[in-house]
Design a protein around this ligand. Structure first.
Ligand code: GLA
Length: 726
């Protein structure tokens, strides 16, 4: 609900459990007055304390009033160079070379429904949303700044986006345009980020904010394995079930920055948006720039409710039809089994071993096209390699379908190998400045997706493949960071646009795919989880979580990912042991329990399995399908923290609390292990539950006293408890 007090220019956004407020004051400065647990409202600007602070200057119009300084007031969208020395939300440079932005309130508009952003992913929905647009202006530069707010009450979600329009008569160079600025009038906050590297993504890191700026960012052209564009600010004491916490997520897949500043007054400012690194956009008169969407969830009761609200919002308002509610198939992918060495009969063999075990989709991974026998060649030549697959997909796909499975394939459209017909024909289509040899990553170069003719060519090639057979799934991969970022199609003064235009180009091709093949299931991937972000989820309802398929490492990766992203978005497969990344041997049972808290599939040659393992797989796929809705749509509870606890446990609970699935994986075992009870969460305290079809356990006892765990008798053992209300 959006409440506007026109007389006092106060804008209050209420969600079910939270309230957000801003106010344009007597100088038309837009102040941020409150964000936190839901409260009644009213004009909360009295919460803002004012006092003269040395070296915090005063706007011209306040005369001798030294209490009024942009440097000390909480700003809704911070300005630049006119007295606020904290992080600037926006920086632009008109033709006179000044770098000043003094934004003042000029009006607002209330719109039903949710705003959309042209060419960019964004949360969507109908009448359950309301939109507020607040207009600010820097009259000297002729720049108009539109702040968009989307309010989705039942998910406690507030989205923000920004559009900048050059209304003056000269060109203005935009150098920074954050999507979100959030000022807190308190200093006692922790900053939580999700960081890592290839094969070890989204480790949770937490530290108290200290004076100065703490930030994470990506300059790799993708959101990256290294830092996720999702951060949390929270009370020092906040945990899963307690404490005020704020999640901030950027719906964007390129260079980003999330920066938290603890200021001289020990207040905090959070900024999140496109990274200003190597970024500038020249806006001619009348031109505009739209910054990607940021999405906030505030939870007054810890991380658990915050995550569940993000999960709900992503499942229902970011992932699009038809895959929003549609079941995704259990798949088998040949990559870890064969890498590049396969032919059609090997693929059919793998599929044939999987079909009787309940696996529904066969995915042919890298190596099926062009001269792709190693990772040194072939990218860009999207035609079937007839030596490996005689007769092409027209011959292979029917064989897979005869087994009762559907068919999918891997592509890496943004890349080109120097050893490819495409590169030989169009060397300038790769990013790179012509006077320098390009840096290679995984032996490949990056196509300049900022160029329409490049995108058109690749799209036509993909379309030809998709039209050649019954293909229901595509894994869209992206296997290197961007370097040598220079486009042959843009003049010198516009090279700062390339990073962002590249991302818009990727979105453009993905959107075309979505429009032309609405039933196609696309799984995002970037060397695993290098582009696991909300921007991609708008186009690819699931994303390969990590190239690390070791079940034990996956516990932490999936735990970190779950803070923001739902189970239904996390690509997770059972692979062979010893594991290819760690050498670890973990039972088929444990590998299955971990992978089925994701989109679930297998990535191995099941012909190599023992009869017993095959029986286990059959049971796993049947169990997963039986409990699909609970696992994929249920409320997710983290029951332990795998970074501090050797036991990892989590739960999915149905919305009506009549069903729950608890999954546990133990760590390494020790003699004389202590007895332990696991306290469950999210159950109905007034009901009793059967566990795995037996007994009667009161919900309140399970939550308050816990469920007594057996002593685990081997490293990395697992358990699943299925609870059904009596
Ligand atoms: C990336 C992906 C893998 C696999 C290979 C193929 O690393 O993350 O799953 O598809 O590429 O080259």
């Amino acid at each position: 609900m959006i409440v506007i007090d026109q007389e006092n220019n106060v804008f209050t956004l209420h969600t079910q459990n939270t309230t957000y407020q801003m106010k344009a004051d007597q100088h038309r400065v837009l102040l941020h007055t409150y964000y936190g647990a839901r409260i009644g409202g009213g004009d909360l600007s009295y919460l803002i304390r004012r006092a003269d602070r040395g070296f915090s200057p005063n706007p011209n119009e306040v005369g001798d009033n030294r209490d009024y300084s942009l440097d000390t007031l909480p700003q809704e969208y911070s300005t630049c160079g006119v007295g606020d020395f904290r992080l600037s939300s926006i920086e632009f440079e008109p033709e006179d070379g000044s770098r000043l932005a003094d934004l003042r309130y000029v009006g607002y508009e209330l719109r039903p429904g949710k705003y959309a952003l042209e060419g960019l992913p964004a949360f969507f929905g109908g009448t359950e949303w309301e939109t507020l647009v607040v207009f600010l202006e820097d009259s000297a530069a002729g720049m108009s700044v539109e702040l968009f707010y989307g309010v989705l009450e039942d998910c406690d979600l507030i989205t923000r986006a920004v559009r900048v329009v050059n209304k003056g008569d000269g060109t203005v160079r935009l150098r920074r345009c954050a999507s979100l600025c959030l000022d807190f009038q308190r200093d006692d906050l922790d900053f939580i980020t999700f960081d890592g590297c290839h094969t070890l993504e989204r480790n949770r890191n937490r530290s108290p904010l200290r004076p100065g700026v703490q930030s994470i960012e990506s300059v790799r052209g993708t959101s990256s394995h290294h830092h996720n564009p999702f951060v949390i600010l929270c009370d020092h004491q906040a945990n899963e079930d307690y404490g005020l916490c704020y999640g901030a997520m950027l719906v964007y897949s390129g260079n980003f920055q999330a920066a938290a500043e603890r200021t001289q007054l020990e207040n905090n400012r959070l900024l999140i948006g496109v990274n200003p690194y190597h970024f500038c956009f020249d806006l001619a008169p009348g031109e505009s720039f739209t910054a990607p969407e940021a999405a906030l969830v505030c939870s007054p009761a810890g991380f658990g409710p915050m995550s569940r609200q993000y999960h709900r919002a992503i499942r229902n308002h970011l992932i699009r039809d038809p895959y929003q509610g549609r079941r995704r198939p259990v798949l088998i992918n040949n990559w870890e089994a064969t890498e590049f060495s396969f032919d059609a009969s090997k693929l059919v063999d793998i599929a044939a071993s999987a079909a009787p075990l309940g696996i529904e989709l066969f995915v042919m991974d890298d190596g099926w096209f062009g001269a792709r026998d190693t990772d040194r060649s072939g990218l860009g030549d999207w035609t079937v390699n007839q030596k490996k697959i005689p007769g092409g997909l027209e011959s292979l796909v029917p064989k897979i379908k005869e087994l009762g499975m559907s068919f999918g394939l891997w592509i890496e459209p943004e890349m080109v190998s120097e050893n490819s017909d495409l590169f030989r024909a169009h060397p300038d289509w790769a990013l790179g400045e012509p006077h320098r040899p390009q840096t290679r990553g995984r032996c490949q170069l990056v196509l300049d997706f900022s160029r329409k003719e490049v995108r058109d060519h690749i799209y036509t090639a993909i379309k030809t493949i998709l039209d050649s057979a019954d293909i229901t799934y595509v894994k869209w991969d992206m296997n290197r960071s961007l370097s040598d970022v220079w486009s042959a199609a843009l003049p010198a003064h516009r090279q700062g646009e390339v990073f962002h235009r590249y991302v818009l180009g990727v979105y453009d091709v993905l959107e075309r795919l979505h429009q032309d093949y609405p039933d196609l299931l696309i799984e995002g991937c970037s060397g695993g989880g290098g582009r696991f972000d909300a921007g991609m989820l708008y186009y690819t309802p699931q994303i390969w979580c990590s190239d690390n398929t070791d079940a034990i490492d996956r516990l932490r990766i999936q735990y970190g990912t779950s803070f923001c992203y739902p189970v239904s978005s996390m690509g997770a497969h059972v692979s062979a042991v010893p594991n290819g990344q760690t050498g670890r041997r973990v039972s088929m049972e444990t590998r299955g329990v971990v992978a089925m808290s994701g989109t679930f599939g297998y990535e191995m040659d099941l012909n190599q399995c023992t009869q017993e393992e095959r029986e286990t797989i059959r049971r796993q796929t049947a169990f997963f399908k039986e409990h699909y809705d609970l696992i994929q749509q249920g409320d997710y509870y983290r029951l332990t923290d795998p970074f501090t606890d050797s036991l990892t446990a989590w739960a999915q609970v149905s919305a009506d609390r009549r069903e729950a699935l608890i999954s546990l994986v133990s760590g390494t075992v020790h003699a004389a292990a202590p007895f332990r009870a696991l306290r469950l969460k999210g159950l109905d305290s007034a009901r009793s539950y059967q566990i795995n079809g037996e007994g009667s356990f009161p919900g309140d006892v399970l939550m308050e006293a816990g469920y007594p765990l057996p002593l685990f008798w081997d490293d990395y053992s697992c358990m699943q408890l299925y609870l059904q209300a009596l």
